[in-house]
Design a protein around this ligand. Structure first.
Ligand SMILES: [Zn+2]
Length: 407
């Protein structure tokens, strides 16, 4: 089997060069190791943020962070579901090639001396599913960010200072999913009127507005504690949400762009230029190696991703080949080209540059490319599944009601 990532692995000489202590940790201004704040926002499609061109003005804090930090315009998630996507991110492996034996990001950080804490909403990011691995402190609360933001402030006040690695996932946009499951039985795509569809879209926008405000609050707490100039901040999402782009709604069912194109923002406190815009394709599985190199730690041999630290400093690199998996469906993105294998239904090739909505299958015009991509995907075997629907959070429901998105 051919390794889908092999041709993008670094040659030996280059690997030796990047193995030298990275600039980030050696900066004279910051002799101490950097802190890391990893914010993973559930169910957030990239094209719904202002920084990615959405006109709604629903993400002012994330847009500001994207202006001040590096914005990766084309980041692909390895799955369209919470559990496999987060496993993939922490193990830096394609979703169907993760397992419980591989090291995860938090273990490497903890073993190197970072104080590790995770404040999750439970559900598909729970201790039961192994997400407590590597965290010296792991807490769950269904209230999500509205609980996690004050909780991390008190954790710092309790004397847990630096260097820290804090993982704070937020799930505000998942409310849509919960509400829909209440509208219709599981399984069938909901049959909703245009008015109901508008309402669902508005509910999704409300979830983003809520989540954005909580991220703003979290960043203010970070600043208030005096950590801003010594903390690497990463905002990423595990997958997007379909809003009738391909005929239905919710996630965990296909690998089209509305589900796998996610935002990625990285703010390096040592970057004085700010605002780097990276157009080339990168992957969620590159987040863990980027964090490790960013704080001056070696990248684990089992990681498939590559560090994006060079791109933060303006180095130009190639688009990285990205794989997404959901159920039996698989997608392979290479530059502007995307092959979708749809279980038994066959395959389709899309030209993302000229057809970003994936409406026209051009496989017949490019048979060699289809063959090549099929071969690259053949090494990925497993069926990637989500486990459970989430229970609603009373705090979020209350906030959405106050904003007028629900009755
Ligand atoms: Zn999710």
């Amino acid at each position: 089997m051919r390794d889908p990532f092999a041709r993008h692995r670094l040659p030996l000489l280059w690997a030796l060069l990047v193995a030298l202590p990275p600039l980030v940790s050696c900066s004279p201004r910051h002799a101490a190791p950097l802190n890391v704040l990893l914010i993973s926002l559930d169910t957030l499609r990239a094209d719904h943020l202002g920084a990615w061109g959405h006109p709604g003005g629903i993400s002012p804090y994330l847009d500001r962070l994207a202006r001040r930090g590096a914005m990766f315009r084309s980041c692909i998630a390895q799955s369209a579901s919470t559990l496999p996507s987060h496993r993939s991110m922490f193990q830096s492996r394609p979703a169907s090639l993760t397992d419980d034996e591989r090291p995860v990001l938090a273990e490497l950080m903890r073993d190197a001396g970072w104080r590790t804490i995770a404040l999750t909403g439970g559900g598909n990011i729970s201790a039961e599913l192994g997400f407590d691995r590597g965290f010296a402190e792991y807490e769950e609360d269904r209230a999500g960010l509205s609980w996690a933001v004050p909780r991390i402030a008190s954790w710092w006040e309790e004397g847990n200072r630096e260097p820290f690695f804090a993982f704070v996932p937020g799930a505000g946009t998942r409310e849509l999913c919960r509400r829909l499951r209440g509208l219709e039985g599981d399984g069938d795509p909901p049959r909703l009127s245009p008015v109901e569809r508008r309402r669902i879209r508005s509910l999704y926008a409300g979830g983003i507005r809520y989540t954005d405000a909580e991220v703003g609050r979290l960043l203010r707490v970070l600043e208030g504690e005096g950590f801003e100039s010594r903390t690497l901040v990463i905002v990423v999402s595990d997958h997007g949400e379909e809003l009738w782009d391909h005929g239905t709604v919710l996630h965990s069912h296909t690998v089209f762009q509305e589900l796998v194109h996610v935002p990625l923002i990285l703010r390096d406190p040592n970057d004085e230029r700010g605002g780097a815009l990276v157009a080339e394709t990168v992957r969620n599985l590159d987040v863990a190696p980027t964090i490790l190199e960013g704080v001056g730690l070696p990248v684990a041999g089992s990681f498939d991703g590559v560090s994006l630290v060079g791109r933060l400093r303006g180095e130009i690199g190639p688009s990285l080949p990205a794989v997404s998996e959901m159920g039996r469906r698989k997608a392979f993105v290479d530059g502007p080209w995307k092959l979708v294998l749809d279980g038994r239904a066959g395959s389709a090739l899309y030209d993302l540059q000229n057809d970003p909505g994936e409406t026209r299958d051009v496989a017949a015009e490019h048979p060699e490319r289809v063959r090549e991509f099929r071969t690259l995907l053949a090494g990925l075997g497993g069926i990637v599944r989500e486990l459970s629907a989430e229970a609603p959070s009373p705090e979020l429901t209350e906030r959405l009601r106050a904003l007028g998105y629900i009755d």
